[in-house]
Structure formats: structure tokens, C-alpha cells
Design a protein around this ligand. Sequence first.
Ligand code: ZN
Length: 290
Amino acid sequence: MQRLRWLLSATLLAAIMAPLANAQEPIKALIIDGQNNHAWAKTTPVLKQILEETKLFTVDVATAPAKDTTGFAPKFSDYKVVISNYNGADWPEATKNAFVEFVAKGGGFVSVHAADNSFPKWPEYNAMIGVGGWGGRTEKDGPYVRFKEGKIVKDESPGRGGSHGAQHPYLIETREKDHPIVKGLPEKWLHAQDELYDRLRGPAKNLVVLATAFADPKKGGSGENEPQLMVIDYEKGKVFHTTLGHSDAAMKCVGFRVTFARGCEFVATGKVTQKVPEDFPTADKVSVKP
Ligand code: ZN
């Protein structure tokens, strides 16, 4: 009897464990927020939900204090990918150093919308995001990056870094169709109403522009094809930079959701396993999650 019981429980245990052994280990993600001139308390739960819906990630959130960031010290090294929904005061020196070390050693980083406004005077951060805006950024911080006459070009002309016109739906045009983050997506797709960031500038080293959008002067834009989705190599780490996602409403765009989740997977693992959903926007039709 004893032996039968042992056999039964061993069989049961094996049956329970088999699917677990096959399942992919979840990717540990950390979202940082707490300060932003955008509604971070509304958008962080959306970002978290997008990742959780893929069933690939487990997501924690580290919220920096509203004013004094002394003592803000998330353990970046516990994660495969850190996502910034933060645009605010400098972090303590030790936290900045730990973050640089995390990415340099191979960690993934994702900058969402106004996160590229943050830390204008932090050279390593600017190297990671490639280009940024506002915060006094000018030609001293690096060139503009645009798509002109069939290729990506750097423009050193003087001027402000960071601008946007009125919100509107706009066309995203893929420029690196074989990159895993955008592979299989339509070459052109209509992004739901959002701010279209233009005139970003920065070191722009080791930067690949995956997709651009035309910043229409009629809407207050620069008149250039401006980078919207980018990847940057920073030492052993990878960075995905999306300028999209001004609000929780803009984050309802299926195009935002898919590129964000794919970007997070890519910088964490170096590959993308997520399929393109059937409701992905097309060149003439916006698609938003209800
Ligand atoms: Zn915005």
C-alpha cells in the first residue's frame, strides 16, 4: 500500500510538472514611474497589462517619490528589462550607476514617450535613448536624425531638441522591415491619435531607426520624416525607444501595444516570438483596443 501510494504521488507529480517544464520562463520586467509631465498613474497600468496579456512577462512597478528621490533604488539586476515611464528629477548617483551597469552588462531598456525628455544632462542615459527632446537639448547634444531620400541621415543644423504639433492619427512607415520588432507588420500603418514627436536630437550612436512618421507642417510638425521606433545598442545591452504613447488613449492603439510588447521582448531576449494580431492597423485604418 505504501509503495502504491508513493507511485501514485510520483506519477501525479510528474503529470503536474511536465507542462511547467515546457513552459518558457517568464521575462521579469520592471516599469519605473512616479514623476512625469504625463498621466503616469493612468498609463503604467496600461503598459503592465499589455505585457501581462502576452503571457511572456511578469511585471513589477517601482514608483519614485514625487519630490525627493533620495533612497530610490530599484534592484535593476533582478530584471531582464526595465521600462521607463519616468520624466523627472535625477536619481541618486548610486541608482544611476546601478542602472548604467545593468544595461552595460546586457540588460534591456525601453524608453516610452516622455521618458526621452528625462535626464538631459546624463550622458550615459542620452547614449541609451539615442535621441531625446526638451530639457534644454540643442545642437550641443547631437544631431537630428531623419529619413531623407531613401536613407537615414543625421542633421547637425542648430536648433531646439524636441517638439510636437497638434495630436492626430498618423502614418508609421517601417524602415527596417526585417528587424524582429517590426517583422511581419504592414510597412505602413495608421497610429491612433497621439503626439508626433519631432526634432529629437542626441548622440545617435549605434542607433537603428525601425520606423518614421512624417511630421506634417499643417499640424505644426517639422516637415521631416522623424524617427518613432528605434533600437540602440549600449555596450552589451539593448534599448528600444518608442516615442509613441502620450496618453492611455493613445496606448489603446493596437500598433502601439504590439510594437511596445515586441520591443520589450527583443531587448530582454534578443528575439521576438509574438505573432502579429489580425486586428493590427492598416495604412488607412486605425485599430484600437476597446
Ligand atoms: Zn506627450
